[in-house]
Each structure stands twice: as C-alpha cells, then as structure tokens.
Design a binder for this molecule. Structure first.
Ligand code: ZN
Length: 699
C-alpha cells in the first residue's frame, strides 16, 4: 500500500489512526513579526488556497515552499503534544471534532441501545477508554493472565502457542501472519509470513554505527528495563532481561530486510509449499502454529516474504534460551499495552516514543481514545461521520476532478515519445481498469462478532484485535474482497494498492484544504488534482507499481527498452533528491523516496494538464486574489504540503519514511516543470529552474 503521507507503522495491515502524518487548526498567531497580512484566527474555516499564508517578501523562483507558506510558518508554533503542525493537523482536528460528537452521542445513548448492537459497542469501547479512574485502579491487573501464560513457557513446545496467543491479541511479536493478495493470482488471498517483532522503529536502529545510534540503543535498553520493572521485576532481573530482549531483537534486525530492499516487489515474492517452509524453519511445527492462530482452512502454499528472516527465526526458536524468549514476550506484551494502562505505564511509553517525534506532552485523553476507537471500530464511526459531513454532492464533485485526472493521464500516456506501442497499450489498459474508491465504502463492516465489555479497556482493545484476526484469518484461498477499505473514513490520507490496482480517497481527506466545490479550478486541481489524485494514480506507474499489471498480478509487461528508459529516468530523480538536505547533516535518501517523488512529479504534470483542459472547457476566469489560474494551481499544490516539523521527527523520517520532507516534495518536482517557471517568470539559473538536461522524462 503506497500512501500519500507517513502511515502508521505499528499496524501496517490494520486501519490507521486519524491524522496519520500531519496532525488542527492553526493556533492563534504568536509574537507578531510583522507579517504582511493578518493570519486567520484559530477555528477559521479551512481553504484550498489561503493567500494569507504567502510570504510576499520571498522569491518564488528561489524557494517556492517559503513563498507559498512562509507567512504561515513565521507565526506557527508546533503545539507541545505534536510532532508537527500544518495541513494534516488542521484537517485532522476538523475531523476529530466531528468524530468526537459521534462518540459523545454514542456514550450518552449507550444504555438505551440494545445489548450487542454496534452503537452500544462503540459507546462502550470509547467510554471504557475514557474511564481513567478505573484504569488507574486496575494498574497491571488486566495483563496478569497474559504474564502467567508467558511465565508458563518452560519448554520449547509451549513457545509457539504463547507467540500465537499474543499475535491474536494484536501484540507484535516475532513475525506477522497475514492473509493477503496472492502476488501471482490477485483475485485470491494467500497466507503471508513477514518480518516483524522489533521494538525500535526500524531494523537500522539496531545495526547502525555511531554515537547517536549507540545512544538510542542504550536508551532503548533503559526503557525496556523500566517497563519490566513496572511489570513487577526486581531491578537486577529487569536489567538482565532488558539485555536479553536487546540481544534477541538485534538478531531479528540483522536478519530483516531494509526498507529500501522491501521496495522491490521481487524481494518479497517467495511462494512456497508447506514442505519448503518446514525445511526453512524446521524447529517450528507449522501445522500446529496455524491451528493455534485459528486457521481452519487447508493451507498448501505460503508466501514467505523474507525467507532468510524466517530461517533465522527457526534457529532462534531452537537455540535462544527460554528465559530470553520469556523476557522478549513479557516486554512486548506490556510495552504495547502501556498506552492503555495506568499513568506510570503511559508516561514511560510516551517518554520513549517522544524521542522519535519530539512531542513534549501527551495528547489529551479524548484524542488518544478517539484515535484508538477509529483504529478498532473505524467503519462503525465512519457511517456516522459521513452522515454528518459528506453529502452525496461532495462525493460527486470530488469524483469529477478525479475522473479529469484519469483522462489527463491517459492523454499523457498516448503522447509519451519514449514508450513503445506495446507497453503503452498495457499501460492504458491498467489505467482503464484502475478502481477508485471515493468517500466511504459501498458496504460497511459487520461488527456483530465483536465483543466489548464494561472494562478493563485494554481487554476491549485485545478483543477488537482478536475480532479483526478472526475476520481475516481464514481467507487463504478465498476470493479477494474488492469492496474492502484499508483506511478509515475520517482519515486524512489516501493510498494506491498495486495488488488491487485501486486508489482510495476517504471522506476525511476530501475536506476544504484538499478540495472545495466552491473554489476555483486552479486551486482545486493543484490540491485534489495534483497533490492527491494525480499522486495516487501515478503510484500505479512508479518504480514499484509498474511491476504489477492491470489485474494486480506481479508480472513484467514492459518491453526491455522501455524498462531501460524508465530506470534511467528514475535514476535522475533519485540523484536529484539525494542532493537535498533533510535535517542536520542527513540528506534525503533518493532511493527510499523514489516512488513518492515519481508520484509527486507525475501528479503535478497530470494535474496541470487537467487544469488546462478544464479552463478550455469551462472558460478562463480573471485573476483571483491577484493570481492567474496557473499560479493558483502551483500555490495550492505547495499549500497542500504546508507542514512545520520538529527536528526529531525529521531525523526519524530519514530512516523510516519513504516520503521526502515536504519542502522538497514542493521544490523538487516544481523545479523540473517548465510551466511552473513560465507561470512565475523564473529564468534559467534560478534555483527553482533545473537545466533541461537534468530533467527526468517519465510521465
Ligand atoms: Zn504516495
């Protein structure tokens, strides 16, 4: 799944929380620094293009990001509980207020709802999360039965069932089982086994050299020690066990593929029989493991995404001391439950995470509970959200812009000079068959088998995870559900899924600042057209997406010469972004961010073509706020990336995020587009104008 912005990493295959990346209405202006125009006050309506954000003292041909957003940035202070502020946070805050009203109603009315009804479950789930007094009283008590199970792992035979029990409750241990699309038969699901089980945000944190990496690892061991102390261990036991956890995770990390390696679909394409899986990791009784996770359908083939990882897991299950395993399972069970336990656990969890985000304080409880509820019962919330904020006209208008983008991309494909007719025909076929989902699902998830109880909340979370597990566990071999959504309706994000050949735009992303039916074409085509729809569509044809065909199968449909041209052009994009500074002395990783950078560039070109087409069709308006439609297109695109990041977040993103910092998502592709230079009168030699021979020709 290729998203528009940073997805949640903890639950890659589950619904992600609201405001994934960006994170509320601009705070009231701080100390005034002589901005040319007064900024909108907190609570002001969102706009697709806000001229008040423009820094009139900046030169559009030198740094367009500063020009388009500089007046806003000069007055922005990132609120203490956030890692960043800007568009995503503004939109997320807007959505969270709507969702909160839904949840407050659900709580107030739950006693009068029939037992077992979805509205009652929604109210109970959120209310038990908000009941901090009960949570403080209970402390660690709700987890005691889990910890006893882990203490009971006194023989190798008990290890796999203990791992399976934690996985079903949503605890990330060792590896991930998931029924996902079969890479060579995209109409059906197959069982996947993938690398997982690390406590730090990426495998590189375990293997990198240098004082900063050493310090992160040391702080991680101290954090693990404190969590194990909170879980009842003595100081000496906890310290010993923390070392054991670190050693085991380091072994897993070393056997894990890097994020860069994972971008190559061939690297994770290893379908095999159960016999081959058994010889890869013979210490695991796979049939027994599959029974423990509730798999009742026969599984004959499994895609082992990272065979070397599974081989290492097999060795570790046979050789690592049982006390090392118990320490590892205990730490993960407690650490991943910590956000929903009493204050000492919550504080420890936050202190550890804030190292990677830079946030200075916890989000208010209602926001934390709202996000968890959205993650676990998102489609129950989504129906009420849509009823409150997303009328059918809004869906139809957004869809019309997205359709214009499809038409503009098809036109570009027909005229690409470097592409052979045979590749072109298949690309056009893939585009024609690309599904789009706009607003909300046609069919809502059935929560009748989900159980919720009046407390403790952490057990409701575990029940929701178990519900989700049971919902999908027996999918291998079944037909792929093409109506399903990978993110929830109030989410401020979008995605393209190559194995389903579909792009998905939830209602939460289609609010003003992305799209406003009353705004001009220039503004709407820059944001929804270029930055959202054009971007996701181009993912179908980026360096990763191009390996999948119209049906979603992993299949090479390119002529050799066309592949060579594509790779040469992609190399130019990678080198361009390698040259940009991300934070401190770290540069952007041009290879890790390649797919996103190709999608941004293609999205802009396509959005611009769609605007020109719309202007020919609807007629050209005069200047609006003093800008031409083309200028408004580029400003709106740049304002769709209006973000203010904390340095800690930018440092973490160097390692974990396939998206370049927003500054370069704006200045990078725009400096490759002659129409941009023309719109703002930029000249050769200006920083925003790259020389013709260094401009990649892709889409
Ligand atoms: Zn993307």
């Amino acid at each position: 799944m290729t998203t528009r912005s940073l997805p949640s990493t903890a639950r890659a295959r589950r619904a992600a929380p609201i405001a994934i990346l960006l994170l509320v209405l601009a705070p009231a202006p701080g100390a005034a620094q002589g901005a040319p125009t007064p900024l909108p006050a907190a609570g002001a309506p969102l706009k697709v293009l806000d001229p008040a954000f423009i820094d009139q003292t900046a030169n559009a041909c030198v740094d367009f990001m500063q020009y388009a957003n500089g007046a806003w940035l000069a007055h922005d202070t990132i609120p203490a509980a956030y890692a960043s502020s800007g568009v995503g946070r503004d939109m997320g805050d807007h959505n969270e207020l709507v969702v909160r009203s839904v949840l407050d109603d659900a709580v107030a009315q739950r006693a009068s709802q029939p037992a077992g009804s979805t509205p009652r479950k929604l109210g109970t789930f959120y209310a038990t999360c908000m009941d901090s007094a009960a949570i403080e009283r209970e402390g660690l008590a709700p987890l005691r039965p889990w910890l006893r199970e882990i203490d009971g792992v006194t023989s190798r035979a008990r290890l796999a069932p203990a791992i399976a029990a934690l996985q079903i409750r949503g605890i990330n241990v060792l590896f991930r089982y998931s029924p996902d699309v079969d890479p060579h038969d995209a109409a059906h699901y197959m069982a996947w086994l993938s690398q997982a089980g690390l406590g730090l945000p990426d495998r590189d944190y375990y293997t990198k050299a240098g004082p900063s990496a050493d310090s992160t690892r040391q702080q991680y061991v101290e954090h693990v020690t404190r969590v194990l102390r909170l879980a009842g261990g003595t100081a000496a036991q906890a310290a010993r066990d923390a070392d054991r956890v670190m050693r085991l995770e380091t072994e897993l990390a070393k056997a894990s593929l890097t994020r860069l390696q994972l971008r190559d679909p061939a690297a994770t394409d290893h379908p095999m029989t159960l016999g081959s899986l058994a010889s890869l990791a013979s210490s695991v009784s796979w049939p027994r493991y599959f029974r423990s996770i509730g798999l009742t359908v026969p599984v004959r083939r499994v895609n082992v995404a990272e065979p070397e990882f599974v081989r290492r897991v097999g060795t570790l299950l046979r050789t690592a001391p049982l006390e090392q395993w118990r320490a590892y399972l205990r730490y993960h069970a407690v650490a991943e439950s910590a956000p929903w336990l009493s204050t000492p656990f919550v504080r420890e969890d936050f202190a550890f995470r804030s190292r990677f985000t830079g946030a200075k304080e916890l989000l208010p409880r209602w926001k934390r509970c709202l996000r968890e509820t959205d993650g676990d019962l998102g489609e129950a919330l989504g129906q009420a959200y849509v009823a409150k904020t997303f009328p059918p006209e809004a869906k139809a208008r957004a869809q019309a812009v997205i359709d214009d983008i499809r038409a503009a991309f098809a036109e570009r494909l027909r005229h690409l000079s470097w592409m052979s007719d045979s590749t072109r025909a298949q690309a056009l076929d893939k585009l024609a068959k690309m599904r789009e989902k706009v607003g909300y699902p046609d069919r809502w998830r059935d929560y009748s088998r989900l159980l919720t109880e009046e407390g403790p909340f952490i057990l409701n979370v575990a029940r929701a995870n178990a519900f989700e597990w049971q919902r999908v566990v027996n999918r291998p071999g079944a037909a792929v559900d093409t109506t399903e959504w990978g993110i929830t309706v109030p989410t401020v994000n979008a995605y393209y899924d190559p194995s389903r050949n579909e792009m998905v735009f939830p209602a939460g992303a289609l609010v003003p600042q992305t799209f406003d039916a009353s705004a001009d074409d220039g503004a709407n085509y820059g944001s929804l057209g270029g930055s959202w729809a054009g971007h996701e569509l181009t993912h179908g044809f980026d360096d990763e997406g191009r390996h999948y065909d119209a049906a979603g199968n992993l299949r090479d449909w390119w002529t050799a010469a066309d592949s060579v041209h594509f790779n040469q052009a992609a190399d130019i994009v990678a080198r361009q972004f390698d040259g940009y500074l991300q934070v401190d002395t770290f540069h952007v990783n041009g290879r890790l961010t390649l797919g996103e950078n190709i999608a941004d560039f293609g999205g802009l070109l396509t959005g611009y073509d769609a605007l020109e087409q719309a202007l020919r069709r609807d007629g050209r308006p005069g200047l609006i706020d003093g800008y031409t439609p083309e200028q408004r297109f580029f400003i709106s695109y740049a304002q769709s990336w209006r973000v203010h990041n904390r340095p800690e977040r930018l440092r973490t993103r160097v390692t974990v995020d396939p998206h370049a910092p927003e500054q370069w998502r704006v200045n990078g592709p725009l400096s490759n587009i002659p129409a941009f230079a023309e719109a703002f009168g930029c000249k050769p030699g200006d920083p925003m104008v790259r020389s013709a021979d260094s401009i990649p020709h892709i889409w």
